[in-house]
Write a protein that binds this ligand. Structure first.
Ligand SMILES: CC(C)(COP(=O)(O)OP(=O)(O)OC[C@H]1O[C@@H](n2cnc3c(N)ncnc32)[C@H](O)[C@@H]1OP(=O)(O)O)[C@@H](O)C(=O)NCCC(=O)NCCS
Length: 299
């Protein structure tokens, strides 16, 4: 049985990976996990599964190919599925496979940043989203993983930057995509300061790209929140920065993820501790839905 069969790859992934010339992954020393804000419990697991000659052959086969595949898109800023879904219960090597992919791409990402004159401070603040996301996944008992998989390829391809409170994804048509990490209150002051950083950042480091506005697509922009939260709340003050675009998509999954940290707990099993959680639950129990809306602000 070959590696693709042992991994149980779909015909699409088999075909795709067969056509990729593998690279020899260059992993940094594990000490880098500190700089990536990886918490001790996650770091211990990652170290325990670290790629070695004892690694299952099929994982080594896959690592060289996935690193090549994602690495070939250095400088890209679109969404990218980095590789096939893997079982996560077979040990830390399987569980953290995509963390090793991230680590193997770190040197290239840092070199890309340096070529663009991006400060080390911004590089490491951006790349340390790894540790934040691993901690979220741990709190969610592994349910956060599917979100991480595509998300973290943006950071190591130079597609996204964390500038103060907010993250900015280079995007098309003169518009940045704005993201809100889970890093404390979303105060107006912190948002203003971040936008102040973003305006000159992209002009300076990506002079061939021109950004006049930023868009945000999020549950945070559902106008229904105004029925429940006080006008002075950070969430509503954030909303008021944006011009809402028509249309929306169901955001109940997003709300479960970002507000309750679960995708599997039934409504009756959820405990509401904050005013937002109480609002979300009351609304859902009354048969209401939440929407992901897109808003645009001028830079
Ligand atoms: C964006 C975020 C920082 C806003 O939090 P905030 O600054 O505390 O917002 P507000 O001050 O407006 O909060 C109003 C109330 O809602 C609560 N609240 C806000 N966001 C919450 C969340 N994600 N989960 C649970 N409660 C939340 C606050 O604790 C506060 O409750 P209280 O009145 O009982 O004290 C927070 O929602 C968050 O960390 N979200 C995760 C990341 C995210 O959703 N990103 C967007 C992805 S599309």
């Amino acid at each position: 049985m070959d590696s693709a069969q042992r991994l149980g790859l779909s015909p699409e992934w088999s075909h795709r990976l067969d056509g990729v010339a593998p690279v020899k992954p260059r992993l940094p020393a594990p000490g880098v996990l500190d700089r990536l804000a990886v918490a001790p419990d996650d770091a211990a697991e990652i170290r325990a599964g670290w790629p070695s000659d004892e690694w299952p052959e099929e994982l080594s086969w896959l690592l060289g190919r996935v690193v090549a595949l994602v690495g070939a898109n250095l400088g890209g800023a679109g969404w990218l599925v980095p590789g096939p879904w893997l079982p996560r219960g077979l040990g830390p090597d399987w569980k953290h496979f995509y963390v090793y992919v991230y680590l193997a791409l770190l040197e290239d990402a840092l070199a890309y940043h340096a070529r663009r004159g991006i400060s080390e401070e911004v590089s490491w603040a951006t790349l340390a989203d790894l540790g934040r996301n691993l901690a979220i996944d741990r709190r969610m008992n592994g349910e956060g993983w599917s979100v991480m998989l595509q998300w973290l390829t943006l950071h190591v391809r130079g597609g996204l930057y964390e500038l103060g409170r907010l993250q900015y994804q280079r995007a098309r048509e003169g518009r940045l995509a704005l993201h809100i990490p889970r890093s404390g209150p979303l105060t107006p002051q912190a948002c203003d300061a971040s936008l102040e950083l973003a305006r000159p950042f992209f002009k300076r480091h990506f002079p061939n790209e021109s950004y006049e506005s930023a868009s945000c697509g999020s549950w945070l922009l559902d106008p229904m929140l105004a029925e429940y939260l006080p006008p002075g709340s950070n969430l509503l003050r954030f909303q008021r920065r944006f011009e809402l675009q028509p249309g929306g998509e169901d955001a109940v999954d997003d709300i479960m993820h970002f507000v309750f940290g679960t995708h599997t707990t039934p409504l009756d099993g959820l405990r509401a501790e904050t005013s937002l959680q109480r609002a979300v639950l009351a609304h859902l129990r009354a048969g209401g839905r939440w929407q992901r809306r897109t808003g645009v602000l001028a830079l």
